[in-house]
Design a binder for this molecule. Sequence first.
Ligand code: SF4
Ligand code: SF4
Length: 503
Amino acid sequence: MVFKTKNRNRYLYSPTENKIIAIHPVLYDIINFKNRGIDIKDQFKKLNGDKIKIKDYGYVSSSEIEYYYQKYLLFKENNYFKKEEVDKFINGRLTPEKIESSLHNNKDIVFEVTDACNLKCKYCAYSEYYHNYDKRDNKKLSIKKALRLIDYLVNIWNLDTNQSQNTEIRIGFYGGEPLLNVPLIKEIVQYTKKINLFYNYFTYGITTNGVLLDKHMDFLVKNKFTILISLDGNEKNNAFRVFPDGKSSYGTVYKNILLFKKKFPGYFEKNVSFISIVHRLNTVENIYNYFKTNFNNAFKFSEVDPTGIKESKKEEFLKIYKRIENSLKGSKKRLEIEKEMTSGTPRGDLLVNFLNSFVGCTFVDYNDLTDLNKNKNYFPTGTCIPFNRKIFLSVSGKIYPCERIGNEYALGYVTEKEVVIDFKNAADKYNHYFDKLSNQCRSCINVRGCPICMLKMGINTNDFKCPYFRDKKHLKKLFSNIMTYLEENPDLYSKIMEEVFLE
Ligand code: SF4
Ligand code: SF4
């Protein structure tokens, strides 16, 4: 496929080679004509040796045509124009062994230390809008179950087969509000500090609403936690984040953040970051301005989860829901924000995904790097192989591939005595989901670099249709837009390349 950008530069995309190459206008026309069944040399002969005019370039002679024709033949001989055999590579099957190996290479455990929370945020994933979570009744995670899972994983990490030496193992604490169960966090920290890991070391992180930060900041700093605070901007923009009595949480959280900053200024800047949900009470620009004015810390945007909404609450839910893309559309600072946030904005994510999927010189992880023949065994959708990114232990002892998916996707459980993961069942489940989607994926623009997690889009429902499907006829336009954007912002390419790295 050949395409042009708005700046009239020409490119060739080869699906078999998965490469995008800048090409000369003459070569572009040769390929373009060929695609329409016309041989440019025949055309030339018909003109009795007169020069042919190539758009945006000028007149070319027969020798120039011949020169680029040879290049065309070279590409052709090397299969650059061969049709993509999507059917061959979209039929990847997950095996129990693949999932087990993914668990063996997992370096990220997240514990839901409690389902209790001291806030009652309007859009919370455990609020009245959703049906896909286990009952929340102020439970606390059993320490025995947490330690059982740690022991199970330590045995794996200390095997000779551990391929990631000298890398961190991240232990994350999540809730509810995790600072409501600090005794358990302390026990896990103390326990893991005593463990003799042969090849790795532990680090700690927490996601908090910040209400109790004043009481626990010393402990967090002493143990070098990275801290992610949820805050949606100023008081007005943050107004969905309220206490159970409906009062704003902003004043309490802001005061705690300032206290932290004053007490541990260097640590605060380096290890504290923010996550902001975009909704009807704020805009991406509000949030951006707020953090730029008030703090020097990293921050990212997220959306209210639109999956798992009760039928009866759909209308009401739409009154709080806003997509980041829609919020950015009206912003004068759109370009500035998108250039700065290489991930977390739709265009930033699209660009990272594009570079990962179509440029052929970046690797998402080791599986990606070592899978030399990328046209084989490709899985539909962008869902991670279970445990490739994380292992999440819920407050009730269920095991999930991460904390962001509904309760129907548990893949195992932990009791005080054992860890049970049915790898075969997990593989069967995923393959069943893939089967539901693979036909749609085959004719979708995103087939190579789909950014969508199927577990986050209701794959469990009957007659499921992917809401993100885009017909392949849009591919040219998409490539043209992205390459135009990169041409106009050349610094973005190196920024993404520097920020996307392999551990
Ligand atoms: S959201 Fe989906 S793709 Fe992302 S970590 Fe969770 S399970 Fe994996
Ligand atoms: S966007 Fe949907 S249809 Fe397209 S590849 Fe991804 S999961 Fe498949």
